[in-house]
Design a binder for this molecule. Structure first.
Ligand code: SDX
Length: 380
């Protein structure tokens, strides 16, 4: 009897030098650095540089990256025109997928045959930086257009996280909010062979192009078992209403065998190493916006669900309410995850390209026995 590993659970399929997820020590390293230390000390641009290049940038290298990021952060007119063709009630992840697809088609136009699709490391690093730079404008415009607002042009006097908030809300954000948002982007940036990253690696392993791999990863991340969970957490908070209603709501939800979004993890089984850092960021936002009700509901649901099921929060549980407090629409949450994770995805794309090994697992057939077409006679 073949030992099938459903969902590839527990299966080690390759090496990676990008990050180390260690459930035994409940830790996460980006190129060797604990993510908590990066979140407490680095701008997101520096962490992006680290993931792509393997080292934290010098001041000169950071300044060079910031210059290229500023040159590419405006919403291109034809990308806006395509986004404006997407129905307003489509999911923003479909908008994002469409925009990246257009950007890729334009960049790759005329680049020759399919044999040239994958490109070289320098081209793909430059593509990665340009996607990193433009995604905030696309995500910000997505939220604004659903509110009937025009896009806000980027500001060169603001770094990545502050500019992302400026383009979304049209106001220069408080430092407290910028810091909490910056931490969330660092925490969301990378997490080894999660479903969307592995999707990107599978697509890359055929020597397809970086944009095709990112579009595929966006599709995988949309699912509520993966990146869509942060959006789903807010839907649950809206359903419950307040802390006093948690027990009754959980009675019903568990009786219906519902998955409680924001809890559980395929790799971490005693809590997600990123949660304490994101929870601390949420706490600063709860104080900044004076919303003790959010903290009460958060704590009540966590303590009750952990007590009943022994399943712990993952990163999506604190990040959902944090993004809600900052003012992002719930539908914008998973696009924010894309803007952060594009750094991890593209780091893995570069690594997979260098490995140059097709990913193609086996399957165990359990379908109909061999049978034949009535009257068919093979040619001699
Ligand atoms: C992310 O892989 C990554 O690294 C992903 C990510 C990243 O940074 O890329 O960390 C980001 O995707 C975090 C996860 C976000 N998803 C959710 O919050 C959705 C809710 N979580 C569950 O669907 C679940 O916990 C998974 C999918 C995340 C993990 O599931 P597993 O490892 O496949 O475990 P399982 O579904 O087999 O659960 C084991 C048991 C089951 O009970 P039984 O059927 O054995 O009785 O635990 C139960 C599950 O029903 N369970 C839950 C639950 N999570 C597990 N029951 C209710 N609610 C939950 N959230």
């Amino acid at each position: 009897m073949t030992d099938i590993k459903k969902g590839l659970a527990g299966v080690v399929v390759d090496y990676t030098a990008v990050s180390k997820v260690n459930p035994e020590t409940n830790s996460l390293l980006y190129r060797g650095y604990p993510v908590q230390e990066l979140a407490a000390t680095q701008p997101f641009e520096a962490v992006a540089y680290l993931l792509w290049n393997g080292e934290l940038p010098t001041d000169v290298e950071l300044a060079q990256l910031r210059a290229v990021e500023r040159q590419n952060r405006a919403l291109p007119a034809d990308v806006r025109a395509v986004i404006d063709r997407v129905p307003l009630d489509a999911h923003p992840m479909d908008e994002l997928r469409t925009a990246v697809s257009l950007i890729g088609a334009q960049d790759l136009a005329g680049s020759g045959s399919v044999l040239d699709a994958s490109g070289n490391p320098e081209e793909n690093l430059a593509r990665s930086v340009r996607l990193f730079a433009v995604l905030p404008a696309i995500v910000a415009y997505g939220q604004r257009r659903r509110r009937g607002l025009e896009p806000v042009a980027p500001r060169d006097d603001l770094d990545y996280s502050a500019n992302f908030l400026w383009m979304t809300f049209g106001e220069v954000p408080d430092d407290v909010v910028v810091d909490a948002f910056n931490r969330s982007m660092i925490l969301y940036a990378e997490h080894s062979f999660n479903a969307s990253t592995f999707t990107a690696r599978v697509i890359t392993s055929t020597l397809s192009d970086l944009y095709s791999a990112v579009v595929g990863a966006i599709g995988a991340l949309k699912g509520p078992l993966h990146g869509g969970a942060n959006e789903a957490v807010l839907h649950i908070f809206d359903e419950i209403g307040d802390a006093a209603a948690v027990n009754g709501w959980l009675d019903t939800a568990l009786a219906e065998k519902r998955k409680i979004m924001g809890f559980g993890h395929r790799v971490y089984k005693r809590g997600d190493s990123r949660v304490p850092t994101m929870k601390a960021a949420l706490d600063t936002l709860v104080n900044h916006y004076d919303r003790p009700d959010v903290a009460a509901l958060y704590d009540a649901l966590e303590s009750e669900f952990v007590a009943r099921k022994g399943i712990y929060p993952n990163l999506d549980y604190p990040s959902g309410p944090a993004y809600n407090l900052i003012g992002f629409d719930t539908l914008t949450f998973t696009p924010l995850f894309v803007a952060a994770r594009v750094t991890g995805w593209t780091s893995h794309i570069l690594e997979q390209l260098a490995a140059n090994a097709l990913i193609r697992p086996l399957s165990e057939y359990n379908g109909a026995d061999e049978r034949h077409i009535d009257g068919y006679v093979a040619d001699e």
